[in-house]
Design a protein around this ligand. Structure first.
Ligand code: PEP
Ligand code: MG
Length: 581
């Protein structure tokens, strides 16, 4: 690696959300829907400008034809081609460039946005669909005008992705083999970029405000996901220090690797099942290597985002692949949790004023029973091939669980009537507990399910009324807030009363400093991001369950989130300080 002697090292400081260190070139991901600046052009450049438009239109057309062939979706893409080639739109753009001497990027963008605005509020569902089509076309053309194409998301060398924000749909388009880190301007510990980074076991730093405007694609940088730093123009001494840190981390990894397949049993004999959270089929090998005993949460939204129109057949194949690959380990599939930040708001029928309190999770599924049944049928068919469980997201009370189970029962009956006798008589059902009303009524939900899974990422945001993605209120987002602990305790108590298991699959389950507290509160299963699994298992092995129970009793009497966190950390430090450093 070379470091320019004339360029001084610059350190950017943000929030560390996924640990590890990466040294690679930066790749800046532009927001494809940013309005381009309105640039004036010289009269003699008009022809060149119009030629740029032609080239972009041609490239977009080729891209759409290829998609049409690959997906077999004739109709949608025909509509896209019609919009792309619409004579009145193109005439208007060409005329404006010729007469007003403006760059084609801003002229095209403005006109298309005007068409989108006109369609945004209309009631007619057909026209509302056209809104999405126009947006899609505009994004494609804009990308080609900027000289980017889809292949910019596949790389032939390791890269650190630098972006203002990374949506779930961005992450599904990335070449995950080559991405070794995320450096993001916004976000928080529980934004999806952070969760995905932890799943992939790569470092991530968020809140690096202004960074995407200052870095350049191809520039070599160091990303420090432990300290929350990005080093631009790293000096040789810095590189040496980071390589030393990496070597130490590798030594600890080797040690954990040698014991990670063993169960997680405390020194006084309490066994806790440790699983991994998964989003993509290509993560499964690393999940198995991590020692995960199950997939405690399979977020099916990502498969959906990769192929929104997947048929029941395709879904069955994908889910079956997951079940088979896990080789007898249980897979807990969460049914679609669309909405909130997991659905492009443009895809919602109308923009919602408050998507996190809106049409999300089980509400979307129950509101579209045919769509939901397609997923349930595919899950039931996959369950013929190995241990499978289904859990429902964003449950607010027992009625939704009952309604979802009724649809599941219908699907089971239909499949059996169709002759698919391998579909099991019963399948394990879980409710995610991530809304305070569900926690408070856990005793009513318990008789309907086999297990609870605490989704603390949302439970914390809804309990404290603090947006999990908003860095302005991030200080208030406290996993050890007494209100959160009381709700967890309530859920554990209800689970004991009704003899159902209680798991945690929110990011809190992988917070090593809190493992003593979670053990003390009585969690039966913890499902963490893959990278954390060997650490959590080793931490549990070092702990004494009785000490943890005493800690939990004391913690539940405390008033201050910071004090509670510290109480747990003291025990963590005493028993496995080496894992925390
Ligand atoms: C949670 O809310 O804790 C959870 C696991 O679900 P998600 O992060 O996907 O909303
Ligand atoms: Mg959630």
């Amino acid at each position: 690696m070379t470091t320019s002697a004339t360029t001084a090292e610059k350190i950017w400081s943000g929030l560390a959300v996924s640990s590890g260190v990466a040294e690679a070139v930066a790749h800046i991901l532009q927001d494809t829907f940013d309005e381009p600046p309105e640039e004036e052009i010289q009269p003699e450049d008009v022809d060149h400008e119009l030629e740029r438009l032609n080239v972009a239109l041609e490239a977009t057309k080729t891209e759409i034809r290829a998609l049409q062939e690959r997906t077999g979706e004739a109709e949608i893409f025909e509509t896209h081609l019609m919009i792309l080639e619409d004579v009145s739109i193109l005439e208007h753009v060409r005329r404006t460039v010729r007469t007003k001497h403006r760059s084609v990027d801003s002229v095209y963008f403005k006109l298309m946005r005007k068409h989108m605005e006109a369609l945004r509020g209309v009631d007619d569902p057909y026209l509302r669909e056209r809104f999405i089509d126009i947006k899609d076309i505009t994004q494609r053309v804009m990308r080609h005008l900027r000289g980017e194409d889809r292949s910019e998301l596949t790389f032939d060398h390791p890269v650190i992705i630098v972006a203002h924000d990374l949506t779930p749909s961005d992450t599904v388009q990335l070449d995950r083999e080559k991405v070794v880190g995320f450096a993001i301007e916004t976000g928080s510990t529980n934004s999806h970029a952070a969760i995905i980074a932890r799943s992939l076991g790569i470092p991530a730093v968020v809140r690096l405000h202004g960074i995407s405007g200052e870095l350049h694609t191809g520039e070599r940088v160091v990303l420090d996901g432990d300290e929350g730093l990005l080093v631009q123009h790293p000096a040789n001494a810095t590189l040496k220090r980071y390589r030393q840190i990496e070597a130490e981390a590798e030594a600890l990894d080797d040690l954990l690797q040698s014991v990670c397949q063993q169960p997680a049993v405390t020194s006084d004999g309490r066994t806790v099942r440790v699983g991994a959270n998964a989003e993509f089929v290509d993560e499964l090998d690393s999940i198995i290597e991590s020692g995960a005993e199950e997939i405690g949460l399979f977020r099916t939204e990502f498969i959906y985002l990769e192929e929104p129109d997947a048929s029941e057949e395709t879904l069955t194949e994908l889910y079956t692949e997951v079940v088979k690959k896990m080789g007898g380990r249980r897979v807990i599939f969460r049914t679609l949790d669309l909405g909130g930040d997991k659905l492009d708001p443009m895809l919602a029928e109308e923009p919602e004023p408050n998507p996190f309190l809106g049409w999300r999770g089980i509400r979307v599924s129950l509101g579209r029973p045919d769509f939901f049944k397609r997923q349930l049928r595919a899950l039931l068919r996959a369950s013929c091939h190995g241990e499978t469980a289904i859990m429902f997201p964003m449950v607010s009370g027992v009625a939704e669980v009952r309604a979802a189970k009724r649809l599941l029962q219908q699907c089971r009956q239909e499949l059996r009537d169709e002759g698919l006798h391998c579909v099991p008589e019963s399948i394990e059902i879980g409710a995610m507990i991530e809304i305070p009303s569900a926690a408070c009524t856990a005793d009513l939900i318990a008789p309907e399910v086999d297990f609870f899974s605490l989704g603390t990422n949302d439970l914390i945001q809804y309990t404290i009324a603090v947006d999990r993605l908003n860095d302005r209120v991030a200080e208030l987002y406290q996993s050890t807030h007494p209100g959160v602990l009381r709700l967890i305790k309530m859920v554990v108590d209800a689970s004991r009363q009704h003899n159902v298991r209680v798991a945690m699959c929110g990011e809190m389950a992988g917070e090593l400093e809190l493992t003593p507290l979670l053990m003390g509160l009585g969690l039966d299963e913890l499902s963490a991001s893959t990278g954390q699994v060997p650490f959590v298992k080793q931490a549990i092995r070092k702990l004494c369950h009785r000490d943890c129970e005493q800690l939990a009793v004391a913690a539940l009497k405390e008033q201050d989130a910071g004090v509670i966190h510290e109480m747990s950390k003291v025990i963590a430090r005493k028993f496995y300080g080496d894992l925390l450093d």
